[in-house]
Design a protein around this ligand. Sequence first.
Ligand code: NAP
Length: 298
Amino acid sequence: METSQKAIPRLALDSSTTVFGVIGDPIRQSKSPIMMNRAFRETGVNGVYAAFHVSPERLGDFWLGVRAMGIRGVNVTIPHKLDVMKHLDYVDDAARLIGAVNTVVNNGGMLTGYNTDGIGYVRSLKEEVMPVLKGKRIAVIGAGGAARGILYALLGEEPELVTVLNRTEERAQELAEAFSGCGNVQALSSAGDAADAVIRSADLVVNTTSIGMYPYVDDMPLDVSLLRPDAVASDLIYNPLETAWLARARELGCRTHGGLGMFIYQGAYAFEYWTGLPAPVQAMRETVLQALQAPSAT
Ligand code: NAP
């Protein structure tokens, strides 16, 4: 494991530097450039990673530019994760089923799209708090864009059952149907006794909604008293680093897992797809943590 004590090597740009980046609209809040440039410095890869503000009507032009300039890798964020697919040569099967691409690899002008959000989440969950998901009972709260990748990756771990609980029950049903071929999954409204019973019996409860995200940091996505003290409580939100319900769950004895790890590992997978090297995860985490804890971060 790499140490954070050593001096961080400087980035030296020259005529061999490979270009990477992230596109979104907006994009200036993104922590990906500082994280990925740190990863290049740590590993000695001669690369540079920039943030590109690309509006939906310029998306096609952007990919022409990627091919023309030989930009090696691109991360894709809101609002382009779906529309990007029509500009690519290949889309990985998982990304197609999830319905979103967040990582593009450019191999000599041939563009391939992947989704590293869900697998990034599960890698972080397993490394940080819950090494084995096989046979577990899982409650996923929320059925939006982020829930899709999470559900796909969780089902790949062969849990006993995943229940999607959502305010709008039809959206949860739609999600459960879309992924029914991947494992044992059911859907319920997040309000009512049946949902409460699911939380009471869950080994892992994951919040994929935006409830509790800055600035509404006191809001909670569920009644925390329903959690078993031996359950794992997990949240995709990383601003704040520990949401109100995770803090409460921790006080009740639950193991907790915040959203920072998902962000780090989705980037780690992208780095590995682009470079073939193991990502320097500790250094990436340290850099993002410093940025999030800076006074101007919120
Ligand atoms: P989204 O597509 O807008 O989905 C939002 C979900 O939250 C829906 O299921 C929605 O329910 C539910 N919801 C929102 N407000 C609610 C409320 N007041 N009461 C009950 N349910 C509510 O959002 P998303 O893109 O999936 O993102 C969700 C969260 O994941 C965000 O906080 C985002 O920051 C986080 N995220 C983190 C990472 C990471 O790297 N850690 C990556 C991606 C996303 P309805 O269907 O009923 O509207």
